[in-house]
Design a protein. Sequence first.
Lengths: 70, 668
Amino acid sequence: MAKQYPNYDYVPCMACGICVQACPFSCLELRRTGLDTYRKAYPDLARREDCTGCGICASSCPVDAIRMGE
Amino acid sequence: MKGYLGKVLLIDLSKGTWDSQDIPETVYEGLLSGVGLGAYYLYRHIPVGADPLGPDNILGFTSGLLTGTGSFMTGRWMAVCKSPLTGGWGDSNCGGTLAPAIKQCGYDAIFFRGISPESVYVYVDNKGPQIRDAAAYWGMDAVEAEKALIRDHLKAEGGSKKKPEVAVIGPGGEKLSRIAGISNDLGRYAARSGVGAVMGSKRLKALVLAGTRAVRPSDPEGMKRLSGVFASTVRKANLPGLFTGAVFPIMGGLMGGLPSAVPLDGMLSAMMFKKFGSIMNNTYGMTNGDSPVKNWDGSVKDFPAYRALNPDRIRRREVRKYHCYACILGCGGVCDIRDLSGGNGEHTHKPEYETCMAFGGLVLNKDLDSIFRINDTLNRAGLDTISVGGTVAFAVECFENGILTPADTGGLELRWGNARAIEALVEKICAREGIGDLLADGAKLAAERIGKGSERFAVHAGGQELPMHDPRVDPMMGVTYSADPTPGRHTTSGNLYYSQSSLWDYVSWAPKVRIHPKSQDFEPTETEALRNVAMTAFKMLVDGTGSCYYAMLMGVQHFPIFEYLNAATGWNRTPDEYMEAGKRIQTLRQAFNAKHGVDVRAFRMHDRASGIPPASEGHNRGVTLRIDEMIRQYRRAWGWDVETGLPTRETFESLGLSALPGLEYTHG
């Protein structure tokens, strides 16, 4: 099976940063802007090379905004 | 797992040793975590007579019980210590990203005692703590030191792959300024109680956390359901696009002019915080009388240029929103200051309302650019903007009255509204240079050093400079300023907070609010005192769980703290039972003052904040609070001695505090 990476659904995502903090390798960053009128920074996979596909980010999300996929 | 780890870390900086200590389950059941756990630990382990800046004081970093459990708006940590400002219980609350990192290292709290012979920082990861040489970082400002520590740990061979979270002091804390705070996430502050001076006294530059342990609630699915509903409510709470900052002065004038006020749904203020942050109050507070002007002796009539602080003008510099960990509101902002900083940094945290007013209306300064620079300067130096602002206002009034002269100030013309002189004075305070050295420990000590009757201009409560909210608009807050274990603080209790809390729908003994009388009609009744007890006990729950004050303001019908607690712990308790924990925490904080022989009667706030003598102009003209009567009612409602303000032994015991391991009521 190919390695799985976090894919974000930015509709439920609240930009709360829980996934960013949960990642053991700091692969995620609050850096994606332009998604709302508040200029919030949403999470994104910033260091794909460090991602192990562990899924901790997805399991930490309180609103199920992360799906692991290729 | 019940959301907490059951362990704390104690590091002795004198000996260079550390110890992981188990905390009995009954302590969490009785006092939660966060400030409750901190109060428990410090009450037991700081000896009577300990110098706040000496080796026997203990500085704690505590996470909240709900932090990291999948709950929202529960990412705040607290610094706890014996305060060098008040001489009694000290704590300070902060957002940012540190709170979950404490737990990810496997601890609910990290405590420091002793004094290191050399400057050090402490690094903690899954393997445990290491005390490391901080010579390379000592002297750096708080923002640059944090960046350097993160960079150095990420690039180190065998170093952390996880970006560490850092709590750090600036030069203000290193120089033992009693109004110094502790920074996290490049300028979010645990600013009050002088916690930064305590960290500096231990020669502890920083705490660097890189653990990756998981925190789990008892009922993950229940937690997720609660967070889903909460998120949905906040997502839909939006102001209309046409609602701009220009609306606030009109709104403040209208609301301030009403003969009485009805409770509003807390989600209304959440909408405003979501768009503007705390700066929504910059001009709103000017027209409704909430914002102190001219060192608490003026009114909006003395500051007709107040619209210079329009939040829209500040938001123009906001390049993106800033969220603390687990926040779904995002009241903070990252602002572009390249044209203001003289090459010293590109971005800074958006100044908060408190900062804007402390360096705006309080000193009659309409130069918004200067406020941005001062905010960044103080964030880097590691000083509390409220206390520095209050101390600068004190110095200006001394100068205007001839108590200070240009010979004292190094030539600075400390006149009301002189932005350049005020900025220069702030720089001197940060550097402890000239008159700045005299002022760097806050207004109370500065007045003692200056003498000449200057103490009448030192507006504080028990040594803590007052925040930017006028009790003549919110009398309950005046009681909290004067009678809380940590005096002079605006985040604990107030009429507005209570009226938005909806606590009476959840807590059997919490009195309902139908209509608020205005200050001039406010009666110091038992019912009002009981409302204050309820609000304060609730705030202790908020601080015991790592929750955010803005979540508290949404009301418990939106922010499901009681349900969150049950999902995290599995205790299945009622709100009444949780509120008992809040009462215990508050009484234990005051019992700390009793143990250490603190005369809490001296915490009574400066007369100006009570309207003694009454103002002759502005919104609060003619208002004088019956503050002493209100304080007595408050103490009685808590079961504390009405005269001394200290908890009685009966109250200590009836709350079950003496049943907790190692707690014994002691009068100093």
